[in-house]
Write a protein that binds this ligand. Sequence first.
Ligand code: ZN
Length: 453
Amino acid sequence: MSLRTPLALLLVLVPAFAFAQAPAPDADPRVTQLVAAVSQDRLQSLAKTLVSFGTRETMSNTTSPTRGIGAARQWILDELKRSSPRLQVSFDTHVIAPQGRISRQTELRNVMAVLPGRTARRIYITGHYDSLNLGAGGQQARNTGGAATNPQEAAEFDHDVDANGANDDGSGTVLTMELARIFADSGLQFDATLVFICWAGEEQGLIGSSAHAQALKAQKVVVEAMFNNDIVGNSRGGNGVIDAETVRIYSVGPEDSMPRSLARYIARLAAVYVPSHRIRLMAREDRFGRGSDHSSFTRQGFPAAVFREANENFAKQHTAADTIDGVDFSYLAQNARVNAAAAASLALAPPAPSVVNERGANLLSRGPSGYDAELRWNASPGAVAYRVYWRDTWTNDWQHRQAIGNVTSFVLPNVSIDDFVFGVAAVGADGHESLVSAYVSPVRQSSDVKVIK
Ligand SMILES: [Zn+2]
């Protein structure tokens, strides 16, 4: 059953069938064309300019026109403006109070480009443009417990020392800038609004993304997905392993969470549009003991996931050695294509259906018989059909699915809601499908019993 099957066929109920993984949808030529527009040469030339500012440390020089974070952010802003008149480009500015590794009050600027869609719901593609040099040892020393306190908190920490940050996270920064250009240039009218952001303050504790995500939550902005890219350009691990054919995607649980739904979605679309690249889904928030800006979004309840290169070189991270010769631009381009394929498909699809009522309770019951699975959901604007998914509880990817028409309920006779996980996705007129919204079993509240003796 193809995702792009005519509606008439979708309306015919097909018997449920099982498969190891959800079958891939057919490619949409418009998305194929967009993915093909990613330019390895442009990624490389953007990176060359980006590292020329010497350092982009969050508290580095803001007045020099050629060196430091001030010059770097101005160039990113100007370059985004030059890429397309369709992009609404601005600084997203926050004045941050001293805290932790922010050792003095700092005016921090994320650089943002918005490509308005038919609706206000947002899909983010991001990387952090700030860089860091912790001195000898860098991240390798911290990984092996070589430094007890963070050198950034010391009064004598030099904020203006060279910090190329070509891979961390120049790679994610230029990927974000290149995708802003190709999405705007595509001429496509997306249903969702795309937001491309280069963050600052990541290296001081996700400061720029936290300030932004907090504001989104306060303003009740709908965020459908956030694709974060941090350290995505190096194909030669510090252990000598070379891998330019895979990428890791981390997403926070529980298993049926929307971040996991987003991760599965990216893997499924990558298989269609970038079959030469393999996605390794990681069932954890991030690498062991480390983090990035996607967590600022998940903390506010927004679905987010992070791309990480297959094998890292820790010895270069957060040192002066994170230079441009350590970036494999052909590999970075592949990672950019995966982002493009999944984000474009999601932006062309209707929003994921809500499967809870206004009080947050699951619209899932045993039906009048007491032994069926009765699924209900709220209609998704723009949907012309839906797909119901289910799987055993002791698995992590969908095993069964059924295409159904433009309805908001469905009954699976004699299927126990105790034994399976269920989800629903919305399908748009041109066949693009939303994230799958799962019915997540609520955590039962309990407290200790009061014991007298
Ligand atoms: Zn980073």
